[in-house]
Write a protein that binds this ligand. Structure first.
Ligand code: GLN
Length: 271
């Protein structure tokens, strides 16, 4: 099979040309420009077989990030596997807010770090910050640790449930993109290739947000901030939970699509 035939095959299977290009570039170790000028390049039978299998997986809805094993997030090239959620551009809103709040060697923790995306992006842009990250999944932690090592970013990782591994510890900033989709949300089937436990806490979708907000004051310094990603329709319940737990300066930020996406609050200074 030659390159032009590979594109024809992708079209037949219903695979987007952009995705086919990405897969071919990764397989051949070439740039897009090379591919355009070499549409008669012959793939080995082995390569053709690999590509055919990847096209089939993509056609069945598997995220392109899992097929490539990579995803760009906040300027970092991250490895991702089906053990981790695929980092979303929406989550960059949370990272940007965190970076505005940080100066110097503040202690920061990312709860439910997955691929490590949030923790790594913060450490990358604010090297003086002392960044830690927690995840319940050992598979996700292995991916996050490997990302940190490859990118040369020093992060302390802990395995456990939210604040479980952080007994007695306090931070200036706590960030999290926890599972927040409701268990019966009609969008979940389309996300079936990603770890369900990273997407939904089941029920109304608020359980993880509730658990984090409930325990956060015990793990924040006075004046410390808690920033949480949440669903487009969860800004009001999250704000109410934050206020009820004693947080002030409760604020909402929207994602790139204009949807309510991240809420934060600050513990009163000097408490
Ligand atoms: N933002 C993701 C989505 O809606 C969900 C991420 C999450 O549950 N934390 O696809």
């Amino acid at each position: 099979m030659i390159v032009s035939e590979a594109f024809a095959r992708a079209r037949e299977l219903g695979v987007d040309r952009v995705d086919a290009t990405l897969l071919l570039c990764a397989l051949l170790g070439r740039e897009r420009g090379w591919l355009i000028t070499h549409d008669d390049f012959a793939l080995t039978p082995e390569m053709s077989g690999i590509l055919e299998a990847q096209f089939a997986r993509r056609a069945a809805g598997e995220p392109i990030a899992y097929l490539l094993g990579r995803k760009e997030f906040h300027g970092l090239d991250l490895a991702v596997t089906p053990d981790t959620l695929v980092p979303r551009p929406d989550t960059e809103t949370l990272v940007d807010w965190a970076l505005e709040l940080l100066d110097g060697p503040a202690r920061v923790v990312d709860l439910g770090t997955g691929s490590g995306a949030i923790a790594l992006a913060i450490k990358h842009r604010m090297p003086a910050a002392l960044v830690e990250a927690v995840d319940l999944s050992t598979g996700a932690l292995a991916v996050a640790r490997a990302n940190a090592e490859r990118l040369g970013l020093d992060i302390a990782f802990h395995q456990g449930d939210w604040f479980g591994p952080l007994a007695g510890r306090r931070f200036e900033l706590i960030v999290s993109n926890p599972p927040y989709i409701a268990g019966d949300d009609p969008h979940l089937p389309a996300l079936r290739h990603e770890p369900r436990s990273a997407l939904t806490p089941e029920g109304d979708g608020l359980a993880a947000l509730r658990a984090i907000i409930a325990d956060a004051p015990q793990h924040l310094e006075p004046g410390g901030w808690l920033l949480l990603e949440h669903g487009y329709d969860q800004a009001e319940p999250v704000a109410a939970l934050l206020r009820a737990r004693g947080f002030g300066e409760v604020t909402l930020r929207r994602d790139l699509g204009g949807q309510p996406r991240v809420s934060g609050g600050r513990l009163p200074p000097g408490r």
